[in-house]
Design a protein around this ligand. Structure first.
Ligand SMILES: *Cc1c(COP(=O)(O)O)cnc(C)c1O
Length: 436
């Protein structure tokens, strides 16, 4: 065990961290996990703890699910991977069939990760502009506070401040950013003529008009902005963005990588409005957290315009496109989701999160508490001492990974009422400790 951690400390980069050459303060390094089962991780020194993060929101059914293990094992016995150029296979077709039936989109592009799917979605918008004779339109309209991934195109669409655009001036394409939409607590019904929505919409429309000649698309995360700050905004704002995209005659792209597959209480984030996008990115929970896979879903109309561009088709084709192992697990994951009672699961978790976190509203050091579906967020007045908060949560039997000023949870859907109670108890303990 010590030897694993020692090697890791010397040689392995972790997300958004300094290189292993930089000394890590005692207790701030990664924890060793030796296994995972159900909604629990086996963390060395802490035993089985509830995973309050669903492994960055992906493991919606928990770990070692018999149906997903079986799908992976069965696929291993025929082939783990073959190229998708010139070849096809049943796992890709079966997953594609499910996505078409579930979403009604006509064209599907499989790729390796959420970030790559955003790259592809933006490329679709730019190639579509070429295909409809409006080449030279290369900018996207988006909103502040977003997160779309870590490769350069997604980074250019992330919140300009949170995404550190100043560091990348001259490197990142400069897109057009509308103001943050008004906040939403997920509970109330905010009408289209709410004054805050109207004021925000007027700003978006003015910006769209000023840049209409250079815009190729509109892209946002629907209803919940994830890693950009875990903010929720009213579905009415999504309807505004749909209308703006129509007025501009450009595709509306919805990044459903965090919100897809039930997380916010509806199957997709867009269903809160409801609006229908032209292009949709899904990832994260697509394989139930087993393997890395994402997909771009697109209308036949937009796809036809892409085909009419000089490239004659979509100019993208990753090595591991439609990896059979990932597709087989994803198909089983969708079957599991639709056969189960995700709606009741998410509603149960939402009720538990509201009950357990409401007492933190107005507590010392707490700026805001918000819940939407199986997403519970406590925003503090100051940045969180992450190692300290992590320790406290582990002592309470829960794995959490706070960031910036946020201590939050996105539990796996099978979590029982008691397990959600344990999670909110751990969050409350961590908040009390770091805000003290
Ligand atoms: C996680 C995330 C991404 C990036 O996905 P990766 O698989 O990490 O590349 C993009 N958009 C949203 C909304 C996400 O939550």
């Amino acid at each position: 065990m010590d030897e694993l951690l020692a090697f890791d400390a010397q040689h392995l980069w972790h997300p958004y961290g300094p290189s292993a050459a930089a000394p890590v303060p005692a207790g701030a390094g990664p924890r060793l996990v030796t296994g995972a089962s159900g909604v629990r991780l086996d963390v060395v020194g802490h035993g089985d703890v509830i995973d309050g993060m669903s492994s960055w929101w992906a493991a919606i059914h928990g770990y070692r699910h018999p149906a997903l293990d079986a799908a992976a094992t069965a696929q291993l016995a025929s082939m783990s991977h073959v190229m998708f150029g010139g070849l096809t296979h049943a796992p890709a077709v079966e997953l594609g069939r499910r996505l078409v039936e579930l979403t009604g989109y006509d064209q599907i592009f499989f790729c390796d990760s959420g970030s790559v799917s955003v790259e592809v979605a933006v490329k679709i918008c730019l190639q579509r502009a070429l295909g409809v004779g409006r080449g030279g339109r290369t900018r996207m309209l988006t909103i502040r506070g977003g997160y779309h991934g870590d490769t350069f195109t997604p980074m250019s669409l992330c919140d300009p401040d949170g995404g550190m655009h100043s560091m990348w001036r001259g490197v990142l394409p400069e897109h057009v950013f509308a103001e943050l939409p008004p906040a939403w607590d997920g509970n109330e019904n905010v009408p289209d003529d709410d004054p805050a929505v109207l004021a925000w919409a007027a700003g978006v429309r003015a910006l769209a008009a000023a840049h209409a000649h250079e815009l190729a698309g509109v892209i946002v995360e629907p209803v919940l902005q994830g890693a950009g700050g875990m903010r929720m905004y009213p579905p009415a704002c999504l309807r505004v963005l749909r209308a703006v995209a129509d007025e501009l005659d450009v595709p509306l792209v919805l990044d459903e990588i965090a919100t897809g597959f039930g997380r916010t209480g509806t199957l997709f984030g867009a269903d809160h409005a409801p609006v229908r996008a032209d292009v949709v990115c899904v990832g994260k929970a697509l394989t139930g957290g087993y393997l890395t896979l994402a997909a771009v879903l697109c209308t036949a109309e937009v796809a036809a315009a892409v085909d009419a561009s000089p490239a004659g088709g979509l100019a993208h084709g990753p090595t591991f496109m439609a990896n059979p192992l990932a597709c087989a697990v994803a198909a089983a994951n969708l079957d599991l989701l639709l056969a189960g009672d995700w709606r009741a699961d998410v509603a149960r978790i939402e009720t538990g999160l509201r009950a357990g976190l409401s007492a933190l509203t107005g507590a010392p050091g707490v700026a805001d508490v918000r819940v939407l579906g199986a997403v519970g967020v406590v925003q503090l007045e100051r940045p969180v001492d992450v190692p300290l908060a992590t320790d406290v949560a582990l002592d309470h039997g829960v794995w959490l990974r706070p960031f910036r000023d946020l201590i939050y949870t996105m539990p796996p859907y099978p979590c029982t009422e008691d397990e959600v109670d344990t999670i909110t108890g751990a969050i409350a303990a961590a908040v009390r400790k770091v805000a003290a």
